[in-house]
Design a protein around this ligand. Structure first.
Ligand SMILES: [Zn+2]
Length: 241
């Protein structure tokens, strides 16, 4: 039996000229064919829903075009942190208690703050504690971390950006998805995620189109995730085999 599935959009619709980071469109009047039209697009790498990679923090860090596909296409788990206030911690104990995070999962912290996107409160968010980030990276060996708020970095404390360095300062960096949308549209906590960055050399970050595939029933959902994961052999890094 083929499981019945649905697609869920997890990226923000962007409005040129109205984003926090630059996004401009300009029609090009000079063109070869009268009926053709081309736009010049100017944008920052962090505009809208985006992925960040090691180069964002480290001058010698890996750039987005080297990101392995298995880290951005695969099984994902949503962890509900909608009860968290601004600048409150999302702790290791809570990650363990609130979700069954499997090795190699893409982990999505659901803060319910995507409606603050493009508002003056867009950076009001909770944060992932340092020991939770260490556990996600080293124990769970997650493929990626995503959030529907503007970030996950620790607020306050003695270290400067400990979570970014934990994820990026390693041979095989862990990508971060920021400013995701519609995590509340997912009917299940687990889904199969597809988050594809631009394949452009030299980028520290890239806009992302993220969609989830989920089953219509719990049984369909489990079957769909298993089927898609085995089809794409994505449960682990092929380099490990
Ligand atoms: Zn960013």
């Amino acid at each position: 039996m083929v499981p019945k599935t649905r697609l869920v959009e997890l990226s923000h619709l962007l409005y040129p000229g109205k984003e926090q980071y630059k996004l401009e469109l300009e029609p090009q009047k000079e063109r070869d064919e009268p009926e053709g039209i081309f736009y010049e697009v100017r944008l920052w790498s962090h505009v809208g829903t985006h992925v960040e990679y090691a180069l964002h923090f480290m001058p010698d860090g890996q750039e987005v075009s080297t990101l392995p596909l298995w880290r951005v296409v695969g099984p994902a788990v949503r962890v509900d942190f909608r009860d968290k206030g601004t600048s409150e911690p999302m702790t290791l104990e809570e990650f363990k208690a609130r979700a069954d995070i499997q090795p190699g999962d893409i982990v999505l912290t659901w803060t319910g703050r995507d409606d603050l996107y493009r508002t003056p409160k867009s950076h009001d968010r909770p944060y992932v504690t340092k020991d939770a980030a260490v556990w996600l990276a080293d124990d769970r060996k997650i493929a990626a971390l995503g959030t529907d708020s503007s970030g996950f970095e620790v607020r306050g404390g003695p270290d400067k950006d400990p979570n970014h360095y934990k994820f990026f300062d390693r041979e095989d960096p862990i990508p971060i998805f920021e400013c995701m949308a519609n995590l509340g549209e997912l009917q299940h906590d687990r889904c199969f995620l597809i988050a594809l960055p631009w394949l452009v050399e030299g980028l520290d970050a890239s806009p992302l189109r993220i969609v989830a595939i989920e089953g219509q029933t719990e049984e369909d959902n489990e079957a769909a995730i298993e089927l898609l994961s085995s089809l794409f052999s994505l449960r682990k890094d092929p380099a490990d085999e």
